[in-house]
Ligand binder design. Structure first.
Ligand code: FAQ
Length: 330
């Protein structure tokens, strides 16, 4: 369904006069902060935009397991291994909540998975970068989950009820993820010179990719205007990026690490940190599929799906058997 809907390109935002009665009533609900629920009437483009964003979000959670999954067997202590296992398992759960939210819009998990595997849907750019040393596990928790939380706290107020409610639980779990990441970074940054150098390298490599997670600048963002009018997005890409930078720079300073961008400076006038623009050509290249790990990530994701077929078949056979036994007992 999504694949078909997305083909009907939207041309600009409608004014109130251009809206039908149904569309006007819908917009009034949004303006009064009344949540939209699955059985409510909604414009096709609102549905398609939500399926795109929630689907991409779900894929990010699931693909996001891969860079961390690589490190489970190499965690330095049993405690760190247990923490990482719990975190990676949580990400699978987040994917499930989000696929379920997309199902309430009429799009199946199987269809979204097919679109991901065929390269027709995106997942977050950040997961196309490699995780090269153990400090990267700290930096992913601290920076990547940290950025994800800033975005997802805002999304708790998104206009679509099931998406907003999924965010509440996800944010609680992401908070544990970010803390364990910062804790791992503290150990490294306050450890031996070699450990501190690994922490610095992880920060230097993941800083710009983490600030690119918020999407292109507001001027370049194709969906923001309509998504904000519908309150799917309640804060713009640049607002969220600034919020993340403002909260993260003091954390870098506490760790005693060098700032990863020479332009990062507190600006008394604006009350925010100034920062250097990321390399946006790199961002657009990565989301087109040409990042350092895109091919690997998708190949591993497809392999995991195919290798898991017997589990899904077994579960379905068991469900059918249980249903048949229930009918026979009636
Ligand atoms: N990566 O017009 P906009 C996590 C695309 S969760 C890839 O600004 P929009 C947890 C965008 O799709 C991380 N593509 O788009 C975790 C559009 O292309 P399209 C995921 C991106 O949707 C941690 C085009 O660029 N979080 O990390 C990206 O209004 C650790 C134009 O952009 C979410 O998905 C990107 N970064 O705003 C898991 C949050 N940015 O579709 C494991 C929900 C933009 O027209 C380990 N999503 N694009 O072909 C959102 O809030 C929004 O979708 C944005 C983008 C803000 C990401």
């Amino acid at each position: 369904m999504y694949a078909q809907m997305i083909k009907t390109a939207r041309a600009g935002i409608k004014t109130r006069d251009e809206m039908s009665d149904l569309e006007r009533d819908f917009q009034d609900k949004i303006d009064r902060d009344i949540k939209i629920e699955p059985r409510d009437w909604m414009p096709d483009d609102y549905r398609a935009t939500l399926i795109r964003q929630i689907g991409q979000h779900a894929h990010s959670e699931v693909v996001g397991q891969l860079p961390e999954g690589n490190w489970i067997t190499r965690a330095p202590t049993l405690e760190r291994k247990a923490i990482l296992l719990a975190k990676v398992q949580d990400e699978a759960g987040h994917g499930l909540y989000l696929y379920s939210a997309a199902e309430t819009l009429g799009e199946s998990r199987d269809e979204l998975t097919r679109l991901l595997h065929e390269g027709k849907m995106k997942y977050s750019s950040i997961f196309n970068y490699p995780t090269l040393n153990w400090a990267d596990m700290g930096a992913v928790g601290w920076l990547v989950d940290g950025a994800a939380i800033v975005n997802q706290v805002a999304l708790q107020r998104t206009s679509y009820g099931p998406y907003a409610r999924a965010m509440v639980r996800i944010c609680k779990e992401e908070s544990f993820h970010a803390r364990q990441g910062y804790h791992a970074m503290m150990k490294m940054a306050f450890g031996t010179p070699e450990q501190k150098a690994m922490a610095q390298s992880a920060l230097d490599r993941l800083w710009f990719p983490s600030i690119m997670m918020f999407g292109p600048s507001d001027a370049e963002s194709t969906h923001s205007e309509q998504s904000m009018a519908w309150k799917i997005k309640v804060k713009s890409n640049d607002e969220l990026r600034q919020q993340y930078i403002d909260q993260t720079v003091p954390q870098i300073e506490y760790l005693g690490l060098d700032l990863p961008d020479p332009s990062l400076k507190w600006n008394e006038e604006t009350g925010h940190y100034d920062y250097g623009e990321p390399d946006w050509s790199e961002f657009f290249d990565v989301i087109k599929g040409n990042g350092p790990c895109n091919v690997d990530r998708l190949r591993n994701r497809v392999k995991a799906w195919e290798d898991g077929a017997w589990v899904r078949d077994g579960l379905m056979a068991h469900a059918r058997k249980k249903a048949a036994a229930k009918v026979a007992a009636q």
